[in-house]
Design a protein around this ligand. Structure first.
Ligand code: SF4
Length: 313
């Protein structure tokens, strides 16, 4: 039996866990390929109103899966203790999809993350397919351990500020945002690669604080409810405490309610640090690689000016 995993949204970073889980349960796992801009444009017209780019991209992946899988798996992640807290748009996606894509592949949805054992809903979905509660538990343990090993691989310390002189690379740039915006080539505008091609060391929340997505983070005494928002803010805090980066970029999705709260906090924190340039790049269906490139070039000029100033001081 073939299960389809959409190569977007929470596939970054949970995809490896899901793949292992379903493979351990003897499903054939089919992962949709990364969506090119042309395919996205051809297949995106299903959602009405302003919706963020990561959610819009779901249409292309579901379309690709038609006739290729027996069912597509989309995680159902509602407010559960000790697990992920995601935005309502993403949390409600499985129900929306069943109505908007009535002609698409069958969608099965239940809570499934490495952070808590699959519960009643997972058993209700998988027992009729011939998998026993013991099989499900074992698959979870194997997948959870593999995910933990990956987290250890992702983990890397911030290289620290460029010593200079005269703006010579390497420059260390902290790139913040939702893991799926940063990870999906469709939504990240190639920004991490652009920075690397220009000789920068790039650090992201998954490198600095991979587990903080399930930790309640506080800012100025207030709890940050959403897991990935907390992860970005926690990684900024860690980066500033340990070794400061040369610059911070927040990659934000247009129409994202969570980013509308987090971006001003990131900007305010960076403003309080002397000579720490901070750039917000907003991506939507109109954003092009050229638009991102121009912003990055201008930002790196600022970063280099700061490095030169420090070297002269
Ligand atoms: S948190 Fe923002 S980017 Fe992520 S799904 Fe929700 S609205 Fe979209």
């Amino acid at each position: 039996m073939k299960v389809g995993l959409l190569n977007c949204l929470l596939y970054y970073p949970l995809g490896p866990y899901w793949e292992t889980f379903f493979r351990e349960l003897k499903f054939d796992v089919v992962v949709s390929p990364a969506l090119s801009r042309d395919e996205f444009d051809r297949r995106r017209t299903r959602f009405a109103g302003d919706i963020c780019l990561p959610v819009e991209s779901v249409a292309g992946h579901l379309d690709w899966m038609k006739g290729r899988v027996d069912f597509a798996f989309i995680p159902k992640l509602l407010d559960r203790r000790g697990d992920l807290y995601i935005c309502p748009v993403c949390a409600g996606l499985p129900s929306v999809i069943r109505h908007v894509f009535a002609d698409g592949p069958e969608v099965r949805s239940f809570p499934l993350t490495p952070f808590s054992e699959p519960g009643r809903e997972a058993r209700r979905a998988l027992l009729p397919l011939g998998r026993s509660p013991g099989d499900i538990r074992r698959a979870h343990v194997v997948a959870r351990d593999r995910y933990a090993a990956l987290e250890a691989e992702w983990r890397a310390d911030l290289p620290g500020r460029s010593p200079g002189p005269a703006g010579v690379p390497p420059r260390t740039i902290l790139v913040l945002g939702m893991p799926y915006v940063l990870g999906d080539p469709l939504t990240n505008g190639n920004l991490p690669d652009l920075l690397r091609q220009r000789g920068c060391e790039v650090a992201m929340p998954l490198n600095l604080v991979p587990r903080s997505m399930i930790r309640r983070v506080h800012v100025a005494g207030y709890p940050i409810y959403w897991s990935f928002a907390g992860m970005s803010l926690h990684s900024l805090e860690v980066a500033l405490k340990e070794r400061r980066p040369d610059g911070v970029i927040y990659l934000s999705s247009f129409a994202c309610g969570v980013d509308s709260v987090v971006v001003p906090i990131v900007q305010a924190v960076c403003r309080r640090c002397e000579d720490l340039p901070c750039l917000t790049v907003t991506v939507d269906e109109h954003a092009s690689a050229a638009h991102v490139e121009v912003r990055v070039e201008a930002f790196l000029d600022c970063v280099d000016a700061g490095i030169r100033k420090r070297a002269l001081a």
